[in-house]
Every structure is written in structure tokens, then in C-alpha cells.
Design a protein around this ligand. Structure first.
Ligand code: SF4
Length: 110
């Protein structure tokens, strides 16, 4: 899978859900590089903004799109990494804030 191919897939996937990819393409390509690196490292596309355990069953909640994406999109207009965003977020119609980590403390590797 090339980064460009994954970008095209995720772009269509986001569109099919009525949301978007961040319109900052270089930023998105960095996130995609992280997803692909994690896939090659762990065998699954864990969130590039979080530390994975390397155990799929422990990381199911942070396999992209993570279990926290929809709640983060609802409250902030973007996911934790700002890969997935709303149309309004992309259009600058809502304030862009740092999305707080929603993953429970006990699941995080500190
Ligand atoms: S925060 Fe965004 S990029 Fe990270 S796993 Fe969730 S949906 Fe994917």
C-alpha cells in the first residue's frame, strides 16, 4: 500500500461518512506515513498519535479510525490527530482546539 493509495481510500471513506480528511495535505500525508509505519511495525494501523502496545487485542480501541473519533468529532470537529475533521472545521467555521485524550488512563502506556 502506498501513501497516495491509502490517502485516496481514506478520502473516499471519510466522504462516505459525511466527514472529510484535514485539507492540509502534507499534514495528512504525515499521519498516513505513521499509519503505514504502525501497520508494518505491529500488523495493524494503530493511531500514529498514540503509543501502541504491540498487542492487537489491547489496542483495538486505537486502530484507526479509533473508538474515540466520533465523540471527538462531535465535540471538537476533529479527531485527536486531526486526520478526520468536519466540513466546518476544514472551512475554519469552528474554533480549532487541541482535542484532549479520551482514551482511559489505564489503557495508556505511560
Ligand atoms: S485519532 Fe484520528 S488518526 Fe488517530 S486513530 Fe483516531 S481517527 Fe485515526
Amino acid at each position: 500500500m502506498t501513501p497516495e493509495k491509502l490517502h485516496a481510500i481514506l478520502y473516499k471513506f471519510a466522504e462516505s461518512q459525511g466527514i472529510c480528511l484535514n485539507n492540509d495535505k502534507p499534514f495528512v500525508m504525515n499521519i498516513i506515513a505513521g499509519l503505514l509505519a504502525n501497520e508494518s511495525r505491529y500488523g495493524y494501523r494503530s493511531c500514529p498519535c498514540r503509543l501502541a502496545s504491540a498487542l492487537k487485542e489491547q489496542d483495538m480501541d486505537i486502530i484507526c479510525p479509533c473508538a474515540y473519533r466520533d465523540a471527538d468529532m462531535k465535540d471538537y470537529g476533529s479527531c485527536f490527530c486531526a486526520l478526520y475533521v468536519s466540513n466546518d472545521w476544514n472551512d475554519g467555521k469552528i474554533e480549532r482546539k487541541q482535542v484532549p485524550e479520551r482514551r482511559p488512563l489505564e489503557k495508556r502506556l505511560l
